[in-house]
Design a binder for this molecule. Structure first.
Ligand code: PXG
Length: 442
């Protein structure tokens, strides 16, 4: 019998959902059908307060008029233009607007369609940059434990998530890892940047001694690790990494897929920490989550190193069919305008203190073993149920959805990152709601 006869239009089996407990979801689906500003509307008509900006991407809030209109207009005017050997004005305009808000020196933009692709592109730029400069022996990339750099082979190789790393084969060759900086014994319940742990950056010197600088192309770090539970870097840590990379001619890449576009109260985390990397990978907030688009921002030094040889030849053999797609570029331009009109790239700084106070009010509630925050990112770590890791936080997530709040969980850590338009009252509502749930958890 044909498959088709078995699948009703509303059957949930065909869609193999990403990063989802498929069987649990399909036994009790949680569906969103509409969204506006700070809220989703669930399929049963309930309003759900968005405590996570979708998946850390809807920084300006949902269905913002300028962005909606720009997408509609562009889709009708020119849906697609070839990305290779042809151009269209909006991709160039967006690159210029991005450079305007990027940290000083990051003057060029390579487009991708996601954070994962931004990471792969940055890895390839790092390899190729050293090669065009005559240092092709720099084939090694240094990542970090507990890092998330997307899902492709390069990203999972330099990433540090064990469940992912054990599942998909040996990965990319020539990778080593720095230790993570999560030190709960010393830093639990830190407000903002923790005091202890900057010395962990010195492990990079050890890796340089082990492998020799001449084999190392780049160090990749998330300035604040998001997916693995909001790990805030210790004071001074990123500055030390920068110093060591500079000393040894190693490129420093900040993966700002989550921290980019105002999450910490500055346009990029590089601004917040006052550390300028050689490349920034971004995505998500670039188009406010509407149309897939990512980018790698690079220094002129990197870009210009490729601009040699006969000028009819392609300088960098890399790119995607949808690099700089017109509808995505239009969405990106309207997103950056919305951020500018409403001061959203720095609004997090104004709200950070209220957010921090609200989050830390959860200290002392049952099962809470740590609270972490920076800008408009926060995490509440719960003591796992013995023998059933992740279960306690997952029940908090399900209960929160039932009560009208969207939160995220990773292991037994609850992560929150509301849209940057959030009000103080909405922060209180979200954190108050979470507090109520924590009191009821097993
Ligand atoms: N780098 C970083 C630092 C990320 O956080 C990616 C790369 C990959 O981006 P794409 O666009 O390929 O998904 C990410 C993505 C979560 C969560 O809830 C985090 C991400 C994605 C989905 C969920 O922690 N980060």
């Amino acid at each position: 019998m044909s498959n088709r006869q078995n699948i009703a239009p509303n059957d949930l089996r065909a869609f193999w959902m990403p990063f989802t407990a498929n069987r649990q979801f399909k036994s009790a689906p949680r569906m969103f059908v509409a969204a506006k500003d700070m809220h989703y509307i669930a399929s049963d008509g309930r309003k759900v307060l968005d405590g996570t900006s979708g998946l850390w991407c809807v920084n300006a809030g949902h269905c913002r008029p300028k962005i909606v209109e720009a997408i509609q207009t562009q889709a009708a005017e020119m849906d697609y233009a070839p990305a290779f050997q042809m151009g269209h004005p909006k991709a160039f305009e967006l690159a210029n607007r991005l450079v305007d808000i990027a940290p000083k020196g990051l003057n060029h933009v390579f487009y991708t369609n996601s954070g994962s692709e931004s990471v792969e592109s940055a890895i390839k730029i790092a390899f190729a940059y050293h090669r065009v400069k005559g240092e092709g022996s720099r084939f090694r990339i240094i990542g970090r434990e507990r890092a998330y750099h997307g899902v492709n082979i390069g990203g999972i190789s330099i990433g540090g998530i064990t469940t992912v790393r054990k599942m998909f084969g040996p990965g990319m060759a020539g990778v080593d890892h720095l230790p993570h900086t999560h030190l709960p014994a010393k830093n639990a319940f830190s407000r903002g940047e923790p005091e202890h742990g900057a010395e962990l950056a010195m492990d990079l010197e050890k890796l340089v001694t082990l492998h020799d600088a001449s084999t190392i192309a780049a160090v990749f770090v998330e300035p604040v690790a998001g997916s693995t539970g909001v790990l805030i870097p210790p004071k001074g840590y990123l500055k030390k990494l920068r110093e060591i990379c500079t000393k040894h001619g190693i490129l420093l890449v900040f993966d700002e897929v989550i921290t980019g576009f105002g999450r910490l109260g500055t346009p990029f985390a590089a601004d917040y920490f006052d550390v300028i990397p050689d490349m920034i990978t971004c995505a998500k907030g670039l188009t406010n989550g509407t149309i897939p688009m990512g980018a790698v921002l690079v220094t002129s030094e990197i870009h210009d190193a490729f601009m040699t040889g006969p000028d009819h030849l392609i300088e960098f053999f890399h790119g995607y069919t949808y690099s700089g797609n017109p509808v995505a570029a239009a969405a990106g331009l309207a997103t950056l305008e919305t951020y500018k009109d409403e001061g959203l790239l720095t609004r997090g700084a104004e709200m950070a203190r209220h957010w921090e106070d609200a989050l830390h009010s959860l200290k002392g509630l049952p099962h809470v073993i740590d609270v972490r925050n920076l800008g408009l990112v926060g995490a509440v770590e719960l003591e796992p149920i013995a023998g059933a890791p992740s279960k306690r936080a997952f029940s908090a997530f399900v209960k929160a959805f039932e009560r009208g709040f969207l939160i995220r969980t990773t292991g037994d850590i609850i992560a929150m990152s509301p849209p940057l338009i959030v009000s103080k009252a909405q922060i209180d509502e979200l954190i108050g709601g979470l507090g109520g749930i924590l009191k009821e958890l097993e």
